[in-house]
Design a binder for this molecule. Structure first.
Ligand SMILES: [Zn+2]
Length: 250
């Protein structure tokens, strides 16, 4: 049952056939882990907090730097030097005091990550480098956790959903085998803020749809966003049976 204040807060959700009171209750019961509180994590976390996702676990080990503010819209200039997760927890609870926000203020190893995965329904990878994405992917494959990956660089964004609950799910390693690892990331190649914001917002949208049980447009489908033309391209990603992370022959 939703409280009177929740009915008021989520009135625009309750008007939607796809959400309604049952959907809002699903959001309230959901637990989502968001890894990375930068340009992707900021809008993703703020939209999920606003939507009433009951428990958000936010992970980052960085302090806010002035160069982050060009795209990491959850923060303020006066906050530079402080831990991002502490700042974001305050921000999320100021948007929505009805939700629980838990902080992980350190770099997680595979073991801690696998423990955290047991306690959530869904993971959003909002990190900014391939090394972290491969680590998170491997942990999610092992834990059969659902994973929404976002990435952005220059004027380009990427979005994909791997539902490791399902046996036909591909994984991040099927898509980008480590041998082809790129060393580029937004700290050495630059990125335009609204492209990161678009991808982070899409991660939140997919997360909400997943929790509500609505079909996803990006399950095993890589979406590439071109911030110059505003075109989206879609590529189907198939499971690699020889993948060293998710394949049978691993
Ligand atoms: Zn794979």
């Amino acid at each position: 049952m939703l409280t009177e204040s929740e009915i008021l807060r989520y009135s625009r959700h309750l008007l939607l056939e796809d959400v309604g009171e049952i959907g809002q209750q699903k959001l309230k019961n959901a637990k989502v882990l968001i890894i990375g509180m930068g340009g992707l994590g900021s809008p993703a976390a703020m939209y999920l907090a606003a939507a009433g996702v009951g428990t958000l676990v936010i992970a980052d080990f960085d302090q806010l730097e002035v160069s982050n503010l060009q795209r990491q819209i959850g923060y303020q200039t006066a906050d530079t030097g402080s831990d991002k997760v502490k700042l974001m927890k305050q921000r999320l609870n100021s948007i929505n005091p009805e939700i629980i926000v838990r902080c992980i203020n350190r770099k997680m190893d595979a073991e801690q990550l696998s423990l955290e995965l047991m306690m959530v329904n869904l993971v959003l990878d909002c990190t900014d480098n391939m090394h972290s994405r491969h680590l998170i992917n491997a942990a999610c494959v092992q834990a059969k956790a659902s994973l929404i990956v976002g990435a952005a660089m220059r004027f380009e964004g990427q979005l994909i959903f791997f539902d490791h609950n399902q046996s036909d799910a591909a994984c991040y390693h099927c898509l980008f085998p480590k041998s082809e690892e790129q060393v580029l990331n937004c700290s050495n190649s630059g990125v335009i803020g609204p492209v990161v914001g678009t991808i982070g917002t899409m991660q939140a949208l997919e997360a909400i749809k997943y929790i509500l049980g609505l079909p996803s447009g990006i399950k095993n489908r890589l979406k590439l966003f071109d911030g110059k033309t505003l075109d989206w391209q879609t590529f189907t990603v198939t499971k690699d049976p020889n993948c060293s992370v998710c394949g049978q022959k691993k």
